[in-house]
Structures are given as C-alpha cells and as structure tokens.
Write a protein that binds this ligand. Sequence first.
Ligand SMILES: [Zn+2]
Ligand SMILES: [Zn+2]
Length: 133
Amino acid sequence: MYSKRFCTAIWRILNPDLEIINRIVYQDSINESHRRLNREYRLICIDHYSNGTMRCECCGEDIYEFLNLDHVDNDGAEDSKRFKSSRSFYKYLIDTGFQKRLKVMCFNCNCARDKDPDKICPHKRRICQIMKW
Ligand SMILES: [Zn+2]
Ligand SMILES: [Zn+2]
C-alpha cells in the first residue's frame, strides 16, 4: 500500500498537463471567491466607518471607488505589515466588531493627510488659514 503523498507525486509525474490545468482552474475559482469576499468585506467596512453615508468625511467625495479607510491613530504602516491582504484586514475589522479607530476618506484626502507633517488634510488646513485659527 502506497501512501497518499506517494500516489499524488506519481500522478503528478504521469499527468503534468492535467496537473497544470487542475491548478489553473482551482486557483481561478479561489481567486474569484477571494475577490468577491474582498468586495463584500470592503463594502461592510466602508458602510460602518462612514456611518452609512458612504462619503469621505473630509471633502464629501461619494464615488465608492475613491473611498478608503484612514487610520485615525496613524498606525496604517503597522497594519500593512500585519495583514497580508486588504481582505484579511477587512475580515479582522468585522470579526473584532470594528474596534479599530478608522474613518472613511477618499484617496486624495487620505494620501495628503498621510504626507502632511501634522497629519492634517490640506482641505482642513485651508479652512484653518482662512479662518485664521
Ligand atoms: Zn476627501
Ligand atoms: Zn480633505
């Protein structure tokens, strides 16, 4: 009686083409289900963190594709290291009851705030300057 691992190895040697096809088909369906889950999780998170408004909390941008989650505590770099994919990050947020402090911002506001030394979006900075705060 040969072990399952041995049989699989032999099967792979005898059926190199089938092996590749099998892997492509299988991997495609995994990728598709991951993409679908990613879309669902993202929608749930954006909805939650925007309090159902689905808008950038700084400029009011409401085109969904532009929206992003902004780390209130500026610990986004740690999370990028910790979570291999955005899907696993969204899943973590959902599983832990959205305990992490995030807000919904568009990519423009998110990136500009990230580059600002005081972590303030230029939209807000301009208001400060006009009002002389
Ligand atoms: Zn914005
Ligand atoms: Zn802004």
